[in-house]
Design a protein. Structure first.
Length: 198
C-alpha cells in the first residue's frame, strides 16, 4: 500500500474518485465497495474511510468532478456574439446532450437508475446546486444586459434545470424512427430560447 505522508488530500481524493469511476464503469455503483476502490487505488481501506465516510459521499464528489466543469464549459462555449437567450439555450442543450453521452452518467442510468431518484423526487444534490449557480449567474448577467426577460434569476434557473432534467434522463424513451434525438435537442433549444427572451 502507498504511504499517505507525501500525498496531499486533494490528490488522494482525486485518486480515489478515479478508482471509483473505473469500478462503477466495470460493475456498477451497487456492486462497487469502498474496499474495491481502495484496492484499485492501491491504498488501504482506512485511507478511503478517512477521505470518504461512505459510497454516497464519494459518488456525490465523483459526479461533481465529472459533470460540474462540463456544464460551465458548455454554457460558456457559445459565441458571445449571439443574443443572450440563444447563448443560454444552446449552452444548456449542449450540456444535456453531453451529459446523455457521458459514459459514467449512462452507466449509472442503465445499471443503477435508482441512484438518481432521490435527486429528482426528494432533494437537490451539490451537482444540481452547482448547475443552478452557473445558470442563475448567466441569467442575471443577461438581465443586466437587457437580453434576458425579467424575473427572479433563481426561479428562472430552476425552471431551466427542471426542463433540462427531462431531456437528459427521459429523452431516450421519446425517440423512435419518427422522432430522433437531434430533433428533440433542437426543440429543447427553441423552448429555452423562447422562455428566456424578453
Amino acid at each position: 500500500m502507498t504511504s499517505l505522508r507525501n500525498i496531499d488530500e486533494s490528490t488522494m481524493a482525486d485518486r480515489l474518485l478515479s478508482a471509483a469511476r473505473e469500478s462503477i464503469l466495470l460493475v456498477g455503483w451497487k456492486r462497487t465497495t469502498l474496499t474495491d476502490i481502495a484496492t484499485r487505488a492501491g491504498v488501504s481501506r482506512m485511507t478511503v474511510y478517512r477521505t470518504y465516510a461512505d459510497m454516497t459521499e464519494l459518488l456525490a464528489d465523483l459526479m461533481m468532478r465529472e459533470q460540474a466543469a462540463l456544464v460551465a464549459e458548455a454554457v460558456d462555449s457559445v459565441e458571445e456574439s449571439r443574443a443572450w437567450p440563444d447563448r443560454l439555450a444552446i449552452g444548456v442543450a449542449r450540456t444535456v446532450a453531453q451529459l446523455r453521452e457521458n459514459d459514467l452518467f449512462r452507466r449509472m442510468i442503465d445499471v443503477d437508475p435508482e441512484w438518481v431518484l432521490p435527486y429528482l423526487l426528494e432533494r437537490r444534490g451539490r451537482f444540481q446546486d452547482a448547475v443552478l449557480d452557473v445558470i442563475g449567474d448567466r441569467i442575471a448577467q443577461g438581465q443586466r444586459d437587457g437580453g434576458i426577460r425579467t424575473g427572479d434569476p433563481v426561479v428562472l434557473a430552476r425552471t431551466v434545470l427542471l426542463t433540462a432534467h427531462g431531456f437528459a434522463i427521459s429523452a431516450p424513451i421519446m425517440t423512435d424512427s419518427s422522432v430522433g434525438q437531434a430533433v428533440l435537442d433542437q426543440e429543447l433549444t427553441e423552448l429555452l430560447r423562447r422562455y428566456l427572451t424578453p
